[in-house]
Design a protein around this ligand. Structure first.
Ligand code: ZN
Length: 107
């Protein structure tokens, strides 16, 4: 009986691809948290995700949302300032028009 496995022959056939980041794995959005097996599993295709990678992906997504909210707040503040300036210019122009109307009436 031969119990020796030739790993050098297997290594030549094996192709390993390094995974540097979580790719999501499936297009579905609902998951089950299986407390007994301690896994995260897609409710539709039943794919199991590595918990840390899944949490990291979720955290990165949350951070992107926070950045977008912050950028939107800055843009809203800038637009509010532009509106205030335009309203100020409108008041000044209206005052000029009123002064010119009075001047024309007096002449
Ligand atoms: Zn899925």
């Amino acid at each position: 009986m031969n119990d020796i496995i030739d790993f050098t022959a297997k290594a030549k056939e094996t192709v390993m691809t390094p995974v540097s980041k979580f790719t999501g794995g499936c297009p579905h959005t609902k998951i089950d948290l299986d407390e007994h097996r301690r896994v995260i599993e897609c409710t539709e295709c039943r794919k199991i995700f590595e918990p840390f990678d899944y949490l990291l992906k979720w955290a990165n997504g949350q951070q992107r949302i926070i950045w977008k909210i912050t950028a939107a707040k800055h843009e809203a503040e800038s637009l509010n300032n532009q509106i205030k300036e335009l309203k100020r210019q409108k008041r000044n122009l209206q005052a000029q028009v009123n002064r010119l109307k009075k001047k024309v009436i007096l002449e």
